[in-house]
Write a protein that binds this ligand. Structure first.
Ligand code: NAD
Length: 353
């Protein structure tokens, strides 16, 4: 029996708190603890869950934690020393600074999509390139948008061979708890020059795919939406395309009878199903949007829950890097089962009688 892998979370915000909860659900991993810069409601919730809390700067935060009545287990360096692997979910750019500490202590680390691809040399999406992360010391799990794109691009490319992908991304301006970001009343083409960074980012995982992306930021916090167009080598039918997408558990084709007309409906489903934090980690493709024209070109709309779609990828990345599992399909199935991903997909396409 292989020992459980000891995982520490450095950075406990939108992504970090979700990865911590997902790690805690795995039977082949142990959560060593989480690192916080200061006591707040997130630290309170972590303590309620029984997670050991470490301070990024003990001298500064120690008295604050004491006053808040939250026990501290030590410094984040103490935490890192106890771990086999650190998931660094700090704000973009901080991970690059933290890497020196992981190198000094000889630890493996996962970085998130806000870090540059060059930081690790290996960028990750479970379905698309799991094998490349096996045994690596440093890997970057690509961003929320890139993860969703990699899933769909890989599903279509492996089935029909993509000649060209053209994607327009409509991006949420901020996460629900971010009060300092905007816009609140504008649409921002971001960047004005093409391509946006998302296409080249997909190519860090799937270098052979010809993809161009354009992006806009809009005043919403719920999800991103992508308008996707593929030119492919084969001439598939609409049914062929649906079948190729349905093969993957992390892609959910929204049945028309669900009557979900917007990102608000997708997130509401997550809430009414009572999923943890209302999360919808599956890439949600409106089934009736899947179109194939007379030339065999494919079109679809997909919704991306930015806060949660990268979480299962982090779990698979831990398994690949530590050698816990060498078979991507087995790792993905284990992760999905532990998180309830794809469970509600079992509902049939026809309305209940
Ligand atoms: P966040 O701001 O919600 O959380 C970051 C946390 O790290 C905060 O709690 C902050 O206090 C803490 N922190 C700051 N400096 C620290 C340090 N030196 N050591 C330890 N902790 C520190 O950020 P986030 O949205 O979770 O993003 C984290 C990473 O994930 C980024 O690379 C981001 O680009 C990427 N990402 C974000 C999303 C998203 O939609 N939010 C989606 C996918 C990937």
């Amino acid at each position: 029996m292989v020992d459980k892998v000891k995982v520490a979370l450095n950075g406990y915000g939108t992504i970090g708190k979700r990865v911590a909860d997902a790690v805690a659900r795995q039977d082949d991993m142990t959560l060593v603890g989480i690192a916080k810069t200061k006591p707040d409601y997130e630290a309170y919730a972590a303590a309620q869950k029984g997670y050991a809390i470490y301070a990024v700067d003990v001298a500064k935060a120690g008295p604050e934690f004491k006053e808040a009545g939250l026990p501290l287990a030590g410094s984040n360096e103490d935490m890192i020393k106890k771990a086999d692997l650190i998931v660094d979910a700090t704000p973009a750019g901080i991970g690059a600074k933290n890497k020196k500490m992981y190198e000094k202590l000889g630890k493996k680390a996962i970085f998130e999509g806000g870090e540059k691809a060059e930081l690790t040399g290996t960028s990750f999406d479970a379905a698309a390139n799991y094998d490349e992360a096996i045994g690596k010391q440093f890997v970057r799990v690509v961003s929320c948008n890139t993860t969703a794109l990699c899933r769909t691009v890989y599903a279509i490319d492996s089935a029909f061979g993509i000649e060209k992908a053209l994607v327009t991304l409509v991006r949420r301006a901020a996460d629900p708890n971010e009060i300092k970001k905007g816009p609140i009343n504008a649409i921002i083409p971001d960047p004005l020059t093409l391509p946006s960074h998302h296409g080249p980012d997909v190519q860090t995982v799937l270098p052979h795919v010809n993809i161009i992306t354009a992006a806009m930021k809009v005043p919403t916090t719920l999800m991103h939406v992508h308008s996707v167009n593929f030119k492919v080598k084969d001439k598939p039918s609409q049914q062929d395309v649906i079948k190729a997408l349905e093969k993957w558990n992390r892609i959910w084709l929204i049945p028309p009878w669900f009557d979900i007309k917007s990102t608000a409906g997708i997130m509401e489903l997550g809430r009414v199903l009572g999923r943890p934090k209302g999360d919808m980690p599956e890439t949600a493709i409106w089934k009736q949007s899947v179109t194939v024209d007379k030339d065999g070109d494919i079109y679809l709309f997909q919704g991306v829950h930015q806060e949660s779609d990268v979480i299962p990828e982090n779990i698979d990345c831990i398994r690949a890097m530590t050698g816990l599992e060498k078979d991507k399909m087995k790792s993905m199935a284990k992760t999905d089962k532990s998180m309830g991903i794809g469970k509600f997909k079992a509902w049939k396409d026809m309305p209940p009688q």
